[in-house]
Design a binder for this molecule. Sequence first.
Ligand code: NAI
Ligand code: MG
Length: 347
Amino acid sequence: MSKHILVLPGDGIGPEVARIAVDCLKAAASAEGVSLTFDEAPFGGAGLDACGKPLPEETLDKARSADAVFLGAVGGPKWDDAPERPEKGLLALRSELGLFANLRPVKVFAGLEGLSPLKADRVAGADLLIVRELTGGLYFGEKREGRETASDLCTYSADEVARIARVAFRAASGRRGKLTSVDKANVLATSRLWRSTVNQLAPEYQDVTLDHMYVDATAMKLVTHPSAFDVILTENLFGDILSDEAAVIAGSLGLLGSASLGEGGPGLFEPIHGSAPDIAGQDKANPSGAIASAAMLLRFGLGEARAADRIEAALQAQLKSGRTTADIGGSLGCRAFGAEVCERLAS
Ligand code: NAI
Ligand code: MG
């Protein structure tokens, strides 16, 4: 049976990198005998232009009935004075699809260690995945705002912890089998519930080695020994901070992809960069983050691990060849880079 992918090209460089991701999906699927169908819908600024809303109803309906959703990027100065910001569409889409798990892999590619602001020998071999809880915790708790005092309530239920922990255990099982659960259990009650819930699940995943680390220690170790991590599991606030910290390790925004997963419904797959209005329309965008997101779509969205492996290997080989886009020291345009990755996918 064929699987259906909704593509939301979005704004700025979004459509440029989304086109490459779709080409890669088609090439990998055909090489592995996977059948995919595609549709497109307006979203973000493009949604505002077409329908007056960043998330038009028809786009949401199409997203709900797809097997996976791929997003380029949204936003840009053109919509600064629009009635709603394009980015609001993204928050609405995440919440409508019930996406509670955010996956951000960080990989330092062989030959590209020099891009990192950290010393090359420190970051060499770093290949980690951050699994962040996305719909609970401090950001969604009761807020009280007074003139003299203010508070934000942090709540987690054991069920909320268990469902994100299962995503992380499964991801670790498909990788190097090492899971680090990050909390602040020495001071926070929610962290103690987090830790005991994760511990209770551990026996179900015999091939995964679990350890726990405090968030402050994790923040240090990410920059001193990033290659020591495989999968990091953490709650919303800690994950927001750690995933941005970890993204810097690779050295370029253009290299990294992400996935947001829900229960049952389609996941959302997108590069971590924005719409880059400064280089939009100039064929300068690095499509690597979009290509990496396409691999995640196959792995986590459709369960097609072999096609995902194929894309990751092709991207890695292309980056290693030095034939890259200008942001990481090469001289290829977005389209030429994408075409060379697709050639590798077919062979
Ligand atoms: P940005 O990620 O778009 O750009 C930051 C810098 O990195 C720019 O100099 C850009 O040229 C460069 N860059 C980003 N991606 C690149 C790529 N693939 N290849 C080469 N260079 C790349 O972040 P910025 O400038 O803060 O935001 C621009 C717009 O994007 C804003 O409207 C913002 O709200 C939106 N945005 C959207 C996101 C999304 O769709 N998920 C995420 C972040 C920002
Ligand atoms: Mg953030």
